[in-house]
Design a protein around this ligand. Structure first.
Ligand code: HEC
Ligand code: HEC
Ligand code: HEC
Ligand code: HEC
Ligand code: HEC
Length: 464
């Protein structure tokens, strides 16, 4: 049917369509403003942000507006224990007989404990013998305190350039002096904008680290906004607070601290080593290039690397990251309280909370889900112990070879293999999920650890 053949003149039909569209649009606009007004009404009852500022470090200031989040946040002080994880600060050196051997000559052979909940991060740093007996820099506080006000104060203002300047200054300070500038463990203002309550990242080392990652050749299918930034070829660096999706932010907020790091020699500037990518060997190749070592092993003489909680890096190699599942999905799942859905701010092991952490996506009973996790963790633990034995054997062989006066060139080849093997072992051991975040990746890394350790022994056995 064409307009010309209809009983209505074409122009009139056009006018009619226009009128109907216009009134529908008007109705929609009315409805929308109405809904928005109502939402605004509801929110303004709930969100009263006018009293909060960048200096609102004390979470009590946020309590009035967000009582539910505040209450669950306080619960990070609870002590919990799961099979391969927990928050009771057990002595790892007593629990695992290989550790003193593996870390000989380094502060981690003096005191190394199971971590605890967020409420303890500042206290545990004050108490560790690693800080009491060894001189540590202000850089440690980047991940153990609500530290941004100190950076702004030292940098002389709020701009990104000033925050970076203050960050560098605090890193270089002595731990004791820097500690005097902070008062609280990680708190609301570290993850939320005080004006809008929106999720954000604040840590300079993280922002610089993810910018370096964006510029690297590493493929990051788990961070689609980085891929988009690369394709856009913008002059400005990647900015997580502008560019990342909300779902990505639910991971990046945690990646501010749960990552591998090192201190630049002399300046003690904290750096996240992601210039080539997030995989264990990409990080290693960066360290090799800048000729970095954390310490020299007392028994083997090798230039060693210490891995530190690479949760973000390990997660990025797993199926959950690939499927867009964030840290917060499992560690801060939603819970319903009356009519509202709130994120559980009691950040802890998801095994203590399987119904909300996993069963939203996996429709098995709790026992089955737990069984699947424990299978992964037990297998990882077994492979980890095998790697510890292999690396310990290489250390023993190296110690013997050194005392027997083996030529330096041959020792050096075996020492390089010790560094490679233990870096891989430690990457899985220091990661806190016992393989769960990326089971196959953890197994691959441990297989390489065993291989490099045994290769080192073979080098020492060869006849000239
Ligand atoms: C400012 C740095 C920082 C941020 C941001 C951060 N964490 Fe932590 N997290 C820590 C430190 C430090 C500890 C160990 C505290 C201790 O041992 O005293 C820790 C401990 C934990 C634990 C162990 C809890 C327990 O009961 O043993 C979990 C789980 C955890 N964090 C998950 C997360 C998740 C998920 C996020 C993001 C929502 C996150 N963290 C954000 C620094 C941080
Ligand atoms: C990049 C962020 C970051 C930096 C920098 C950092 N930490 Fe931590 N620290 C963490 C996280 C995350 C945990 C919890 C996970 C774990 O223990 O593996 C933790 C746990 C700890 C613990 C409790 C467990 C243990 O190892 O005994 C102590 C103590 C500690 N850190 C001391 C320090 C000291 C001292 C420094 C400076 C040399 C430092 N941290 C620098 C993030 C950081
Ligand atoms: C699919 C769910 C899931 C995702 C996504 C996930 N985790 Fe986990 N995480 C777990 C499980 C399961 C464990 C093992 C807990 C246990 O053994 O009790 C764990 C363990 C941990 C632990 C040690 C917990 C403890 O109490 O000792 C930390 C810290 C942690 N994850 C941080 C992170 C961070 C940071 C991210 C994001 C980069 C992340 N996780 C993403 C499920 C997840
Ligand atoms: C380590 C980071 C972190 C800290 C510290 C933190 N939050 Fe959150 N918060 C989150 C994440 C992640 C979400 C989920 C955000 C999303 O999905 O958009 C969230 C969500 C929220 C929301 C939105 C509603 C909801 O429950 O999902 C509010 C309000 C909130 N937090 C308040 C607080 C308050 C108040 C504090 C301090 C007592 C606090 N947060 C501390 C990470 C944090
Ligand atoms: C937001 C959804 C979501 C949540 C929450 C979630 N998962 Fe998954 N999980 C997935 C997806 C998607 C896969 C990939 C397999 C697939 O596509 O079905 C997967 C795969 C797995 C696998 C097999 C993968 C492997 O690594 O070999 C296990 C085991 C698993 N999840 C356990 C858990 C546990 C335990 C929790 C809670 C701590 C959890 N998941 C939370 C979505 C989720």
């Amino acid at each position: 049917m064409s307009f010309a053949s209809s009983r209505w003149p074409a122009r009139l039909i056009y006018l009619g369509v226009l009128l109907v569209t216009a009134s529908a649009a008007a109705a929609a606009t009315y409805l929308l403003t109405n809904i928005q007004d109502r939402q605004h009404e509801a929110l303004s009852h709930y969100f009263k942000l006018e009293d909060l500022s960048e200096d609102s470090v004390d979470p009590k200031l946020w309590q009035k507006n967000f009582p539910r989040q505040y209450d669950s946040y306080l619960r990070t002080a609870d002590m919990v224990r799961a099979k391969h994880a927990g928050s009771d600060a057990i002595d790892k050196l007593a629990e695992d007989k290989y550790l003193k051997h593996l870390f000989a000559g380094y502060a981690f052979s003096i005191d190394y404990r199971e971590k605890r909940g967020h409420a303890y991060m500042l206290l545990d740093q004050e108490n560790t013998e690693r800080v009491k007996q060894k001189k540590q820099p202000g850089a440690c506080l980047h991940c153990h305190a609500s530290v941004l006000p100190a950076y702004r104060e030292k940098g002389g203002g709020d701009s990104w350039a000033q925050v970076q300047k203050g960050f560098a200054e605090v890193c270089a300070m002595e731990w004791k002096d820097a500690h005097a500038l902070v008062s609280h463990p990680v708190t609301c203002v570290d993850c939320h904008d005080p004006k809008t309550a929106q999720l954000r990242v604040t840590r300079p080392a993280f922002i610089l680290g993810i910018q370096a990652l964006a510029k690297s050749d590493d493929k990051v299918p788990h961070l689609p906004s980085v891929e988009r930034w690369r394709q856009g070829k913008r002059a400005q660096p990647y900015d997580p607070n502008q560019d990342a999706t909300r779902q990505e932010m639910r991971t990046l907020a945690c990646a501010q601290c749960h990552v591998e790091y090192y201190f630049q020699p002399k300046t003690n500037l904290l750096i996240y080593p992601w210039f080539r990518g997030l995989k264990a060997e990409q990080i290693e190749s960066y360290y090799d290039e800048i000729d970095f070592k954390d310490w020299t092993h007392k028994d083997s003489g090798a230039p060693m690397l210490k891995a530190q909680h690479p949760e973000f890096e390990m997660w990025s190699q797993g199926i959950h990251a690939r499927s867009g599942v964030s840290c917060a999905d499992c560690h801060m799942p939603y819970k319903r309280e009356g009519a509202v859905k709130v994120s559980d701010h009691h950040v802890r092991s998801p095994l203590l909370n399987l119904a909300r952490a996993c069963q939203t996506c996996h429709h098995y009973d709790e026992k089955e889900i737990k069984g699947r996790v424990e299978t992964i963790q037990n297998l990882t633990r077994a492979l980890l112990e095998r790697s510890e034995v292999a690396v310990k054997d290489l250390i023993d062989s190296l110690r013997a070879a050194r005392s027997q006066g083996m030529p330096a060139a041959r020792l050096k080849t075996a020492q390089a293999l010790h560094r490679k093997a233990q870096w891989r072992l430690d990457f899985v051991m220091a990661e806190n999920s016992m393989g769960f975040h990326a089971p196959q990746e953890a197994a691959r890394i441990l297989a390489e650890a065993v291989d490099f350790a045994r290769q080192g022994q073979v080098v020492l056995l060869k006849k000239d």
